[in-house]
Design a protein around this ligand. Structure first.
Ligand code: SF4
Length: 349
């Protein structure tokens, strides 16, 4: 009989599992705490379970872990990029960032990505597969075991389009925020989408308290469709309607991410249009200077970035420039994954 992987099961599923083994339901909470609270992956650790029950668990179940292949630390800002291997050999990356009192982990939700955004290294890989809830959560559990500081925030902005893997993502978020597990505050979990309109509406209707970010990157359909092909299906007007619907339903701001690329979307008219788009919307804007990948795009000069920013400051919504962390180790926005999946690991642990 095939063993059941317990990593990724929620409390109710664990309850059903222990009951099927003839054990009392409260045992599920004990196992849940070991897996998600302590990051345990061996039944031997679970000392509040009888030896007999631990033996039964070992016979019928597994707690499958990601394998850490490499870890690279930025010499500029201590950002750490982890390369993990999944049980089927595919690889994903996560990035740990330190910012004052906050320690944030950027996690992946898919191996590769189907959406082919032209400025993104992950997009060039195509979609390999969706990550399971266990694989999404395990990035946090492993990174936490390797970090000296408590991870306070998670952003789903690594490899993959989170809303393309909606059900697994939502299950993972509920595990990450469970008070018997990692217990992250829901408002400290950010889900970033490139603009899947039906899922934005579903997210709003389901009343989740996680934060929403939308990767916008252009203010005219012609440009956005060129750099983000999914815009042909859900153009800017439709996306903005969904964003507004979310802010009204959730009573929370939406964050618009805007990757600044030289002579693509960094003209004064772009800044003016971005202001128009954001006007009257409960939102924040993050300007992200483009990080080099192997594509043809370039980061604008600092003067151009600052001019764009200055134009935006008359907007009532908060506007910030997010200088990417870890760009020297290719851990910045849009830089994840292709090299790691192409060749051998950089530095084996
Ligand atoms: S930016 Fe996000 S959605 Fe677009 S290709 Fe990259 S990972 Fe996929």
């Amino acid at each position: 009989m095939q063993k059941r992987n317990l990593k990724g099961l929620n409390l109710e599923e664990l309850r059903q599992f222990v009951e099927a083994l003839g054990e009392k339901p409260y045992r599920a909470q004990q196992i849940f705490k070991w897996i998600y609270g302590h990051g345990s992956h061996s039944f031997d650790d679970m000392t509040n379970l009888s030896k007999e029950f631990r033996g039964k668990l070992a016979k019928h179940a597994d707690i499958i872990q990601l394998q850490l292949l490499t870890s690279q630390e930025s010499s500029k800002d201590n950002t750490v990029k982890f390369l993990f291997q999944l049980h089927d050999g595919l690889r994903i990356e996560s990035v740990l960032m330190f910012d004052g009192h906050r320690t944030t982990l950027c996690i992946s939700t898919q191996a590769g990505c189907a959406l082919d955004c032209k400025f993104c290294a992950t997009g060039k890989m195509g979609l390999q597969r969706h990550l399971t809830p266990g694989e999404i959560v395990d990035q946090l559990l492993l990174a936490q075991s390797l970090s000296k500081r408590a991870i306070s925030n998670v952003v789903c902005m690594g490899m993959g389009e989170p809303f393309h893997n909606y059900d697994n993502l939502m299950k993972a978020c509920s595990l990450l925020s469970h008070d018997v597990g990692p217990n992250l505050a829901k408002r400290h979990i950010v889900v970033s989408t490139s603009g899947l309109v039906p899922q934005i509406i579903r997210f709003a209707d389901e009343g989740h308290k996680y934060r929403l970010a939308i990767s916008l990157n252009a203010t005219v359909d012609e440009v956005r469709s060129e750099i983000m092909p999914l815009n042909r299906k859900w153009p800017i007007a439709e996306l903005m309607k969904a964003a507004k619907y979310y802010t009204q339903k959730a009573d929370q701001p939406v964050t618009f991410e805007y990757v600044l690329m030289e002579r693509v979307n960094d003209f004064p008219e772009d800044a003016e249009r971005l202001k128009e788009v954001a006007q009257g919307m409960f939102c924040k804007i993050n300007l992200i200077p483009y990080n080099a990948t192997e594509g043809t795009f370039r980061r604008p000069s600092e003067a151009r970035i600052m001019q764009f920013y200055e134009r935006m400051t008359s907007l009532r919504a908060p506007v910030t420039i997010r200088w990417s962390k870890g760009d020297d180790i290719e851990a910045g926005c849009g830089q994840l994954a292709t090299k790691s999946n192409r060749g051998p690991a950089d530095r084996a642990l």
